[in-house]
Design a protein around this ligand. Structure first.
Ligand SMILES: [Zn+2]
Length: 310
């Protein structure tokens, strides 16, 4: 695929971040790149624990779903120091939490729920443990055991275990996202190599392109030959430019001209800023014909800055 046909993972703003700091050929590139640490922070933040008020964790209060609580790394809501109100002369016993890790108690509804089935509800699951709330305390032990062995509860439990393990190992989506960001970092680093090489040619005032840039050419021009030379010491450049593993190299005239235009705009901006800072300046305009009888106009701007550069 030709270089012009594919642009992947490169933000066009990357090109606009090229900073040519002053007019004395002291030109620097500040191409902003995302570091590996930034990637790790971004991934970790996705699973960061959220502070959720106690009252919203009550399964009888439906402001926040059990799935959201699970994502925020909360466990089943198991209050121990509240008043377990009597119903038919029986009441909820906190000892039931021990043998039923999924069990939740709602103080507002005085009822028991299943955290796992609420997080991953199934249409055939027992409504008592998901929406209505279970409160037949006299047959609690047998019902809890029966629910524990139900197919729908086992399915929900497996999903909870899978989700929790993904917090540590990273989900497929997270892994894909991390890979994508790594590719972006590499692409930007490669683009920086291209810009630096172009900048070198521009500062030295040497021609960029060669008369014959084909693969069989023995002299592909300063820009490409310099990239080949740098590739001997630069693994990333070798991978992208010489091996052409990604099938795009950003070395065509379209890309190099775009980069030069941005550099030229930046130089112009720096000149304008210097004039503004100086406040007092003079302009000398001179016109003359070159050998091909084309009129050439020169603008000479003189100003004095506080740094008194030579
Ligand atoms: Zn359940």
């Amino acid at each position: 695929m030709a270089d012009d046909e594919k642009i992947e993972d490169l933000d066009t703003n990357d090109l606009k971040r090229v900073d040519i700091s002053n007019l004395n050929h002291n030109i620097e590139i500040e191409l902003t790149t995302t570091t590996e640490d930034d990637v790790k922070k971004s991934v970790n933040n996705q699973a960061a624990e959220t502070d959720i008020s106690e009252k919203y964790r009550d399964p009888g209060v439906t402001n926040i779903s059990a799935y959201q609580l699970l994502l925020a790394k909360y466990s089943p809501y198991q209050p121990e120091n509240c008043d377990f109100v009597k119903c038919n002369n029986r009441r909820f016993r906190k000892e039931w939490y021990v043998s039923n890790k999924w069990l939740e108690y709602s103080p507002t509804k005085n009822a028991a729920f299943c955290f796992y089935c609420r997080a991953f509800p199934h249409q055939n699951a027992e409504a008592a443990f998901i929406t209505a709330g279970f409160k037949a305390w006299h047959k609690a032990t047998a019902t809890f055991a029966s629910h524990n062995n139900s197919v729908t509860h086992k399915e929900a439990s497996a999903k909870v275990i899978g989700l929790r393990s993904s917090f540590d190992t990273g989900s497929i989506a997270t892994a894909t996202n991390t890979y994508h960001k790594t590719v972006v970092i590499k692409n930007r680093s490669y683009l920086k190599c291209i810009i630096e090489t172009l900048l070198f040619c521009a500062r030295q005032g040497i021609a960029i392109r060669g008369h014959d840039e084909s693969n069989s050419s023995k002299n592909k021009g300063n820009f490409l030959e310099l990239l080949y030379l740098r590739s001997k010491d630069n693994v990333l450049l070798h991978e992208y430019f010489v091996e052409n593993k990604n099938h795009y190299r950003y070395i065509s005239a379209t890309y190099t001209n775009a980069i030069f235009n941005i550099m030229a705009q930046q130089v112009l901006l720096n000149i304008i800023n210097s004039i503004k800072e100086a406040g007092i300046f003079s302009i000398l305009v001179d016109e003359t014909q070159d050998l091909s009888r084309h009129e050439q106009v020169s603008f000479i701007i003189r100003l004095l800055t506080t740094q008194f550069p030579p």
